[in-house]
Design a protein. Structure first.
Length: 410
């Protein structure tokens, strides 16, 4: 017998053991603070088979604060794999989220994107990484630091770090609101064994303009030369002068073989500033995946820079209430209404005009986050175009001020 329900308090030990074993994680860290009521599990004949959890998070979405479900701890005991239990959990959770009307988006980081794209998640951000020798951190144009750095304590000046991060993320897309637990689990987590964590704040005229959190210690390098590595945990800047000053600071790490930044936004300015940008040795991977839970609520959760009328058809087999033709009027506050009647929206008007485009729900998420534009999606074959003249209108209306990115794991 299969039962889908949240884990009980007395079952959380088994929950932790299953997650840690299946995902090869440290059992002391991955789910600290996760409450039983935030989980949803599959039990076969009373035995825990599949785990699933969702943090209640708040994300910035082109400047708006939006409640989202931060999906985590998705794993299945190898004994019970290939039985469709995760799909059953996903279907149950999508209904729960839709009925609760509180979190129109679900977000996650995927061990394998293929698992979640088949459940309607779209890849909505790209994460880059740098591995650069400090000697190559030289600017193509002259720059003189006007301020100074000072080292701070995470406990004594935690409020300053929080304030700078809040100001930095204000108009961005994908960054989450950090409680103290989020800070401690990510940016301020203990450094690797043998490494030292340092926090420096950059100030001009007595005003803090940004900070850098990094660890330093011996790296695994062979041969002659510097043997240390510097690993960036968080980099926040309120203006380009601060950003350049931080990289100038890192360029003076003569004892380091490499400066490593493992999570870099897609619109990071450094490649456009350096004298020799190829020496960043940049690589990329998929970042956040997002799932539309409720089409109108999800699309109305962000502001849009242009006023436009957009008509589109969505296919969504796992959340049938999202299917059909919709009309969105964009602007600072968007409006979305159905244009085809269905069991989910029986009062919709009769459709008198064909939609501009037809797409699956994965692509809709990518467009909403501005991971790709409608014109790019059309070129890729990710949407069917019925009115090519509408694509520039879509591109302009769905722009975000910054490219999507999230600096935290959850």
């Amino acid at each position: 017998m299969l039962e889908i329900r949240p884990a009980r308090l007395e079952e959380m030990g088994e929950f932790v053991r299953t997650v840690s074993t299946a995902l090869a994680l440290d059992p002391s860290r991955p789910i600290e603070g996760l409450l039983p009521e935030w989980t949803l599990c599959a039990f076969e004949d009373g035995r825990l088979a599949t785990t699933y959890g969702a943090w209640p998070l708040t994300m910035r979405f082109n400047g708006n604060a939006v409640p989202v479900a931060g999906v985590t701890c998705v794993s299945t005991n190898p004994i019970y794999r290939r039985r469709g239990y995760l799909r059953r959990i996903m279907e149950t959770d999508f209904v729960r989220l839709k009925e609760a009307k509180q979190q129109p988006w679900a977000l996650l980081y995927a061990s394998q994107a293929a698992i979640y794209q088949r459940f309607g998640y779209g890849i909505v951000s790209t994460h880059y990484s740098y591995r650069v020798e400090p000697r190559y951190l030289q600017f193509a144009t002259g720059f003189e630091t006007r301020g100074s750095f000072r080292e701070v304590s995470k406990d004594e000046e935690f409020g300053l770090l929080v304030d700078l991060y809040r100001r930095f993320r204000e108009e961005r897309t994908g960054y989450v609101h950090r409680g103290r637990a989020m800070w401690e689990a990510n940016v301020l987590a203990p450094p690797p064994p043998g490494h030292t964590r340092t926090i420096v704040v950059y100030e001009e005229g007595g005003e803090a303009r940004g900070y850098l959190v990094y660890s330093s210690g011996e790296g695994r390098y062979e041969g002659p030369g510097p043997g240390q590595e510097v690993r960036i945990a968080d980099l926040v800047w309120l203006d380009i002068g601060c950003y350049r000053a931080i990289w100038q600071y890192l360029s003076r790490m003569e004892l380091a073989r490499e400066v490593i930044w493992p999570a870099v936004p897609a619109d990071d300015p450094l490649p456009h500033l350096l004298l020799e940008p190829r020496m960043l040795r940049a690589s990329w991977r998929d970042g956040l995946l997002a799932r539309v839970i409720d089409v109108p609520a999800a699309l109305m959760s962000r502001p849009y820079p242009e006023k436009a009328v957009l008509r589109f058809e969505v296919a969504d087999a796992m959340a049938p209430w999202n299917e059909g033709v919709w009309e969105m009027v964009t602007g600072p506050e968007a409006e979305v209404r159905p244009l085809t009647a269905s069991a989910s929206h029986p009062g919709a008007p009769t459709l008198t005009r064909a939609p501009d485009v037809t797409m699956d729900v994965n692509t809709l998420a990518m467009l909403a986050f501005n991971q790709i534009t409608a014109t790019e999606a059309a070129r890729m074959g990710r949407l069917e175009v019925h009115d090519a003249a509408a694509l520039p209108r879509w591109d302009a209306a769905l722009r975000t001020k910054y490219r999507p990115f999230c600096a935290d794991n959850f």
